[in-house]
Design a protein around this ligand. Structure first.
Ligand SMILES: [Zn+2]
Length: 306
């Protein structure tokens, strides 16, 4: 059988992560296309099309289609909006535009959905029919696979897993609401918590430094990380009670901290979630790192094109 390829374009606020992937999930060719000079919607679309052409040249012809992961709300290949770092992109038929200019079938979905699909097809949730995927970073993104299908809610407007409300009238969230899971459990929240506890104007603090301090039993880091584990477990227990997934996959840089990270959350989840709902649920770290989105774009193409 002739080998098939898909082109994946994972659109971020500062660059496009581009690549050619074969059906078994091997990345044959990949590069980053910086978006420094692309300050308009038109320039970003041109960058996407140029990157697809560059990928197509390397793939040598047998391309099944193009998958694009885009921040914000995407309905039927149309970017509805909500991508804060990218100008324009309101009710823009991105899929149709790219398809017309490249000749390939094009599938566009929300970037976190694409990451979840990547882990489902090629990573930590391979072979599962029901998964909750979370990516924990500056915010919390998520994806849901139910009965072997990606589920985005009616018209793909839902599964904003970072924005379930943990605290009524709680701290403000960037979504405009208050008390969201993301506002308490993101790495941004962890850093601000740690800073407040440390009471000293540290120069540069990131999640990695806090994890290092935690492992060295720094008191502020212990407190901040324990709060982070508790908030993570609280949100995840809610998802387990509703969906009873086979796996909850946690991605983002902090999930790579070590086995202790998932174990600490899993222990707390067991104490909070309903035992019957959690009986078959396994928590696991994501396996694909920052390639999950690109691989999910490719997997989406293989799932939806002949
Ligand atoms: Zn929110």
């Amino acid at each position: 059988m002739k080998e098939k390829f898909a082109i994946g374009i994972d659109v971020g606020g500062t660059s496009l992560k581009c690549g050619v992937v074969n059906t078994d999930g091997t990345i044959e060719y990949t590069f980053l296309h910086p978006l420094n000079d692309a300050t308009t919607e038109k320039a970003i679309i041109e960058a996407i099309i140029a990157s697809i052409k560059q990928c197509a040249d390397k793939a040598g012809g047998a391309v099944s289609g193009v998958g694009i992961g885009f921040p914000g709300i995407v309905e039927e290949n149309i970017v509805i909006g909500g991508a804060d770092n990218l100008p324009g992109f309101e009710n823009l038929p991105l899929g149709a535009i790219v398809q017309q200019q490249t000749g390939y079938p094009v599938l566009v979905d929300n970037d976190a959905n694409m990451m979840g699909v990547g882990e489902w097809a090629y990573g930590a949730a391979r072979g599962c029919t029901d998964i909750v995927f979370l990516t924990v970073g500056t915010g919390i993104g998520g994806a849901l696979v139910l009965r072997n299908e990606l589920y985005g809610g009616y018209k793909n407007r839902g599964t904003e897993l970072g924005h379930i409300v943990l605290q009524q009238d709680g701290i403000p969230c960037c979504c405009g609401g208050r008390g969201c899971f993301e506002a308490y459990a993101s790495v941004t929240a962890l850093i601000s918590n740690y800073r407040a506890l440390k009471k000293e104007p540290d120069t540069v603090i990131d999640g990695k430094k806090i994890v290092e301090a935690y492992l060295q039993k720094d008191p502020a880091a212990l407190t901040a990380m324990n709060r982070h584990f508790e908030y993570m477990a609280t949100g995840i227990a809610g998802f387990i009670n509703v969906f009873s997934p086979q796996k909850v996959i946690i991605g983002g840089g902090i999930s790579e901290a070590g086995a202790f990270y998932i174990n600490e959350i899993a222990t707390r989840v067991k104490q909070i979630a309903m035992p019957a709902a959690a009986e078959y649920t396994i928590l696991a770290a994501a396996a694909l790192g920052n390639k999950a989105g690109l691989l999910g774009c490719a997997a989406t193409v293989f799932r939806h094109t002949a």
